[in-house]
Design a protein. Structure first.
Lengths: 289, 277, 284
C-alpha cells in the first residue's frame, strides 16, 4: 500500500534527521571541550618548567612561578579537610547506621545538608567573610578560607560517605551482631573498611571541588601571593591566581594559561581516580558479597 | 577496642575549638602589618614593604588591593592596620589620619593603534554619556567606541567624575572594571576602547610594552613630568591612612614609606615623591 | 560487655555532636546573612530594591532589577542552549553510540563537569570575548556569559538525563519495539516521557547552578548595570555584583549586598528543593 510506504519513509527520514542532530550536538560539545583543552595546552605548555612550580611570582605574576600559591592552596585544602572530614563522616555514620531514615533528627540533618549543597559559592564567601574573617577576627587568612571551604564541602562528603555505608551488605551487620561485636567495633573493623572506596571517592570529589573554588575564597583567604608563614596569613589559591592574572595583569595571559593548565590537569587526575573508585564500587555492589 | 580511633566528632570539635582559640584576635602577632586599599598605591606599597621587611627581619607585611574605599573600611573595621587611599580624605573621614606618599595624575588612555591624539573636555563628556558612540565623530576611524568605566568605590572614578562634572548615573559604560591594571588590560585588548587610569600605572605598563597610550588633558601632556611640575590638571595625592596617632610598627612603616630611603621605588613606579621636611 | 556498651554510647554521642554541627552550618549561614542584611531591611523597604531609580549604592539608590534581569537572561539563555545539547548528549550515549564511544563520550562529559569555573571564565575572556567583539563590540556581553554558562551546566543536564534514561525499565523499551516503534519514535514516545521527572530535576539543578555562578560570568559579561536590549549588551548578574563590590562596600551598601546574597540563596534553595522533590518523585 503506497500510503504506508510513504509514512514509513517519512519516519525513516525523521529518524535520520534526529540522528544527525544528535551527532551534531555531540560533535559540538566534544569540539568545544577539545578546543578549550587545546587552547590551554598551547597557551601554557611553553611556560611550564620545574622552576614554574617552585619559584615565587614576580612582577605581579608575569614572571617567576607559582610555588607559594601551590603551598597556600594545599594549606587551605588541608584546613578544609581536617575540619570537614571528621564532621562529615561522623554525620554520615550516624545517618546511615544509627538513626532510622524516617526519624525526625535524621530528616532535619539531611534536609539542612541538601539545602547547603545548593548554596552558591559566592554566598559561602559572604558568610565566611562575615563570620570567620570579621566576627571571629581571623581576617583574610588561610584559616578563614579553609573553614569556609569546609562548610562548602560538608554536603558532598556526607552524601558520598552515607551512600558508601548504605551499600555495605546487610549481612555484614547481621554477622557482626551474631558474633556479639559492639557497634563501635562493627563500624571500625567492618563497615568503614568495606566503605573505604566510597569514602575515598567522596574525599577526592571534595578535594576537586575545593581546589576549583574561587568565589568563596575571594573575601576570606585574600590574595597575597607570598609564601604564607602561618595559617593566619593570607594566601592566594591557584584558582584565584588565574583570576587575578587574567583580569588584573596586562601581559599575564601566558602564566595564567600555564596555571590553568596545572589546575585542570590536577583536577582531571583527581576526577579520573574518583571515577575509577566509584565505578569499581558499583561493580562490587552488583556481585554477591 | 581502640579508644584512639573513636570519636572523630569529638576530635572535630576539639580541632574547631583549637582553631578558634588559636586564632583569637588578641593573639595576632605584633610583628605583622596588614595593608589594604587602592590598587593605584598597592604596587608601590608592596615594593616599599619588601624593602622594609628586608631591613627589619621577622616583620611581615601583607598588601591587598580592593579600592580606596576598602582601605578606609578595613582600617575602621580593624581588619587592616594601614589603608591605601589614592585621593585626599573627605570631610566625613576625619576619624582617620592621612600620610601622603606621592603624587599621581589621572588621564584618558586609548589603545596604541587608535589614531586619535587628543580629546577635549566636551568630547570626553559626550563619549562617556553616550552622545558620541563612534570614533569617526571625534576624528578617529569608523568604529564603535567601547567605554570603560571604573566600579563605584574607586577614587579614580570619583576624581574623574568631579573633574568632568559628570555623575556616575549619567555614564553609559560598556565595560565596568575594578583595579587599574584591569582597565589597562581591557584597553590593550580592545583597539576601540577608551578608559581613564592612574598616569603612574599606565606609564609603568607602557614601559612593559603594553599597547596603550595616554592622552593629554586640556592640552597638558599626561606624564610624570607634568605631575611633578604641578601643572597637570587632574593630580591627586597617594595616601597611607590609619587611625590617628599610629603607633609601633605601623608608625615605623609609615615613617619609612615617607622617607627618602624609598624615593627610588616611588620613581620606579612612575609616581612623584613628596619631599618631607 | 559493660565497656562495649559504654563505648557504643560514647560513639553515638560523638556522632550525634558531629551531625548537629553539620546541620548547624546551614542555620549559621542563614543567621549571618540575615544579621548582616538586618540594618537595611529595617530602614529600607523591600520595594526600594525594585523601584529605586538605579543601582548607585554610593548615591543611596539600590535598584537590584538590572542585576535580576541580567541573572535571569544569562541563566535562561544558557538553559536554552544547554538543555537540547545536554539531552542530545544523553540520548547519544544511551541509544546511538557504540559501547566504546558511549563510554568515551560519557567520560568527556564528566571531565567537562570537573573544569573549574575560573578556567571557563579565563577561556571565555581570552577566546570567546575577542570573537564576539569581532561580531559586535564590546565583546564582553550577555552572549559571552550565556555561552560560558552553557558549557558549565551542560554536563549536569547530560548526566542527569543519562541517569534517568538508563533507569527506564527494559520492558517499556521492549514493548515499544513489539509495537513496531523504533528509533526516534521510541525515544520520543516512550523513553523521554518515562524519564521526564529525572530530566526536569536535572534541568532545575542546572538552573540553580547557572543562577549562582559567579566567577565565569564576572569575567566575560562586562558587568555593566543595565537591562540588556540585545545579546551583545554587557550585563551584571547578582552573584557577580557581590564579588565585584564586596571588596569595598560598607554600611548600607554592604548590607544590600548581603540582601542580594540572601535573595540569590532563596532563589537557588527554591530550585534545589524543587529538584529534590522531582528527583524523589521520579524514583517513586
Amino acid at each position: 500500500m503506497p500510503e504506508i510506504t510513504f509514512v514509513r519513509s517519512r519516519s525513516i527520514l525523521r529518524d535520520r534527521l534526529v540522528q544527525l542532530l544528535v551527532y551534531a550536538a555531540v560533535l559540538v560539545v566534544s569540539g568545544v571541550f577539545i578546543w578549550i583543552l587545546a587552547d590551554l595546552v598551547r597557551g601554557g605548555v611553553a611556560h611550564l618548567s620545574w622552576n614554574f612550580f617552585v619559584d615565587s611570582p614576580r612582577d605581579a605574576g608575569r614572571a617567576g612561578g607559582i610555588g607559594p600559591i601551590l603551598v597556600s592552596t594545599a594549606l587551605i585544602l588541608l584546613v578544609a579537610l581536617v575540619v570537614a572530614l571528621p564532621l562529615a563522616w561522623a554525620t554520615a555514620v550516624l545517618l546511615a547506621e544509627f538513626v532510622p531514615a524516617t526519624s525526625k533528627f535524621g530528616t532535619i540533618v539531611r534536609y539542612s545538608l541538601q539545602v547547603l549543597a545548593g548554596v552558591p559559592s559566592i554566598v559561602f564567601g559572604l558568610f565566611g567573610n562575615a563570620f570567620f574573617s570579621i566576627y571571629l577576627g581571623l581576617g583574610f587568612s588561610i584559616l578563614s578560607g579553609g573553614l569556609t571551604l569546609a562548610c562548602m564541602l560538608l554536603p558532598i562528603l556526607v552524601s558520598t560517605a552515607e551512600a558508601g555505608l548504605r551499600a555495605v551488605p546487610e549481612n555484614y551487620r547481621m554477622s557482626a551482631a551474631a558474633l556479639g561485636m559492639s557497634r563501635t567495633a562493627t563500624l571500625l573493623h567492618l563497615l568503614l573498611p568495606a566503605a573505604a572506596p566510597a569514602l575515598a571517592a567522596g574525599l577526592l570529589l571534595g578535594i576537586g571541588r575545593a581546589v576549583a573554588e574561587t568565589a568563596a575564597l575571594l573575601f576570606t583567604s585574600g590574595y597575597v601571593e607570598r609564601m604564607p608563614g602561618s595559617l593566619l596569613d593570607s594566601g592566594r589559591a591557584l584558582a584565584l591566581h588565574i583570576f587575578d592574572l587574567s583580569m588584573n595583569v596586562p601581559g599575564g595571559d601566558a602564566p595564567a594559561y600555564a596555571s590553568a593548565l596545572v589546575l585542570v590537569v590536577l583536577l582531571l587526575a583527581i576526577n579520573i581516580v574518583a571515577m575509577k573508585l566509584a565505578y569499581g564500587l558499583q561493580r562490587k555492589r552488583i556481585m554477591p558479597a | 577496642m581502640h579508644p584512639s580511633k573513636q570519636g572523630w566528632g569529638f576530635f572535630a570539635a576539639v580541632v574547631m575549638i583549637a582553631f578558634i582559640v588559636l586564632a583569637n584576635p588578641g593573639s595576632a602577632a605584633s610583628n605583622k602589618l596588614v595593608i589594604t586599599g587602592s590598587s593605584t598605591v598597592a604596587p608601590l606599597v608592596g615594593e616599599i614593604a619588601r624593602r622594609f621587611e628586608s631591613r627589619n627581619p621577622g616583620v611581615r607585611i601583607d598588601v591587598q588591593t580592593g579600592g580606596s574605599s576598602r582601605g578606609i573600611y578595613d582600617v575602621r573595621n580593624g581588619v587592616a592596620d594601614i589603608g591605601m587611599v589614592s585621593r585626599a580624605l573627605k570631610p566625613d573621614e576625619t576619624d582617620l589620619q592621612a600620610f601622603t606618599l606621592a603624587m599621581d595624575g589621572i588621564s584618558m588612555i586609548l589603545h596604541a593603534s587608535n589614531p586619535v591624539e587628543a580629546l577635549n573636555q566636551q568630547q570626553v563628556v559626550d563619549i562617556y554619556s553616550g552622545r558620541v558612540s563612534n570614533w569617526k565623530s571625534v576624528g578617529g576611524r569608523n568604529a564603535r567606541i567601547t567605554v570603560v568605566n571604573k566600579a563605584e568605590g574607586r577614587s579614580t572614578l570619583t576624581l574623574f567624575l568631579d573633574y568632568f562634572s559628570l555623575k556616575n548615573s549619567e555614564i553609559k559604560p560598556h565595560i565596568v572594571i575594578g583595579d587599574n591594571p584591569q582597565g589597562i588590560k581591557t584597553i590593550a585588548g580592545n583597539a576601540n576602547a577608551i578608559g581613564y587610569v592612574s598616569i603612574g600605572a599606565a606609564e609603568f605598563e607602557i614601559n612593559y610594552g603594553v599597547p596603550v597610550k595616554l592622552l593629554p588633558l586640556d592640552r597638558v601632556d599626561a606624564s610624570v613630568d607634568t605631575v611633578r611640575r604641578g601643572i597637570f590638571p587632574l593630580s591627586r595625592p597617594l595616601n597611607l591612612i590609619s587611625r590617628p596617632a599610629p603607633q609601633g610598627l605601623a608608625k615605623e612603616f609609615i615613617d619609612f614609606a615617607r622617607s627618602t630611603q624609598v624615593h627610588d621605588l616611588i620613581e620606579a613606579q612612575y609616581y612623584v615623591p613628596v619631599s618631607i621636611h | 560487655m559493660f565497656r562495649s556498651v559504654f563505648t557504643d554510647t560514647l560513639l553515638r554521642w560523638v556522632l550525634q555532636a558531629g551531625a548537629v554541627v553539620s546541620a548547624l552550618v546551614m542555620a549559621m549561614i542563614m543567621l549571618f546573612l540575615l544579621s548582616e542584611s538586618w540594618p537595611v531591611l529595617q530602614h529600607l523597604s523591600l520595594a526600594q530594591f525594585l523601584t529605586d531609580s538605579s543601582w548607585h549604592p554610593l548615591e543611596g539608590s539600590y535598584n537590584l532589577t538590572p542585576m535580576l534581569s541580567g541573572t535571569l537572561y544569562a541563566s535562561m539563555g544558557a538553559l536554552l542552549l544547554a538543555v537540547p545539547l545536554g539531552i542530545a548528549s544523553a540520548i547519544f550515549i544511551v541509544y546511538y553510540a557504540s559501547p566504546r564511544s558511549a563510554l568515551l563520550y560519557r567520560r568527556l562529559i564528566e571531565l567537562l563537569a570537573g573544569i573549574p569555573s575560573v578556567v571557563f571564565g579565563f577561556w571565555g575572556l581570552t577566546t570567546l570575548v575577542p570573537l564576539v567583539n569581532q561580531l559586535h563590540p564590546p565583546g564582553a556581553s550577555l552572549l559571552a556569559g550565556i555561552l560560558v554558562l552553557t558549557l558549565m551546566i551542560l554536563p549536569t543536564i547530560a548526566l542527569m538525563t543519562y541517569a534517568a534514561l538508563i533507569a527506564v525499565p527494559d520492558e517499556y523499551i521492549r514493548s515499544a519495539a513489539a509495537l513496531g516503534l523504533s528509533g526516534w519514535s521510541m525515544i520520543r514516545g516512550v523513553a523521554l516521557p518515562a524519564a521526564r521527572t529525572g530530566i526536569v530535576a536535572g534541568i532545575v539543578l542546572a538552573a540553580g547552578r547557572a543562577l549562582g555562578e559567579t566567577m565565569a560570568v564576572l569575567m566575560v559579561a562586562g558587568n555593566v548595570v543595565q537591562h540588556a536590549d540585545s545579546l551583545f549588551d554587557p550585563i551584571r548578574t547578582l552573584a557577580a555584583n557581590i564579588a565585584l563590590e564586596m571588596a569595598y562596600a560598607m554600611g548600607d551598601h554592604r548590607a544590600v549586598l548581603f540582601v542580594s546574597g540572601l535573595m540569590l540563596m532563596l532563589l537557588v534553595m527554591t530550585l534545589s528543593g524543587l529538584a529534590g522533590w522531582l528527583g524523589k518523585k521520579s524514583y517513586a
